[in-house]
Design a protein around this ligand. Sequence first.
Ligand SMILES: [Zn+2]
Length: 284
Amino acid sequence: MSARWFVKKAARRSVALGSFVTGTVGARTLAASGPRARVLTYHRIGHEPREPFCVSPDAFEAQMRFLSERRLAVNLDQLLAFVAGREALPDGACLVTIDDGCVSTLTEALPILRRWGVPAIAFVTSSLAGLDPEVLPERYLSWDELREVADSGFIEIGSHAHTHRALGAMPPEEALEEARTSKATLERELGREVRAFAYPFGTYGDFDPVTERALADVGYRIAFNSMHGVVRSGMDPISLPRIKVEGGEGLVMFRLLAGGGMDAWRVVDRNLWRLQRVREEIGK
Ligand SMILES: [Zn+2]
């Protein structure tokens, strides 16, 4: 566990620094291809040492302050307009997203987002609202709490499927039903349109053209996977990459990844199945 933590942190650091040195990040690529936006993925905000899915409140605050002071934080409307070619964004604009709908979205993230005026989307798994899963240190937000989050004006609620299973691994009709049921349930409980979807897991094999079609067919306007990469004007809004923000990393690493330092991690995403097999072989 510990060795893997340090190996992965070292790998993320070297990818981030390497892309900076080789000029993936910088004026040269900007001139060639126009502004790039990034969608940042968070999960839980709290105190869980050496847990990549949990960012400390202090780190989250420093990150939101950075985005706010540099006027890089954008909301879903702005990203939709940017992708459709209707609105320009500054290069390096970021949309904050928080997956899973855990209680720290309300108790930790919301006050910080409010303080710095940073908009966000929380992706909620509709069948899990209010449940207390044994596998996580936090429970999921109840419907009352989700309404409080949605009413805050800072966090829009999106769908993270109905049951948090990989859509790409189920028959097409079942994936369609996941997409439809979660949208209908969230809209019924929250009384507002659910426009965005984020795939559970979201890496290789968790989504494909069939699931993308299903999401568009049931009325989602934008969908995110977990492959790393940038968002550019003209991309298909139903298949957008994100950049994962992990716990245990300082503001320097955040500034690198928000500026493009982790875009190249996509290579790791594509080959994740191979890494996982290696992990099984070494028993970790
Ligand atoms: Zn999730």
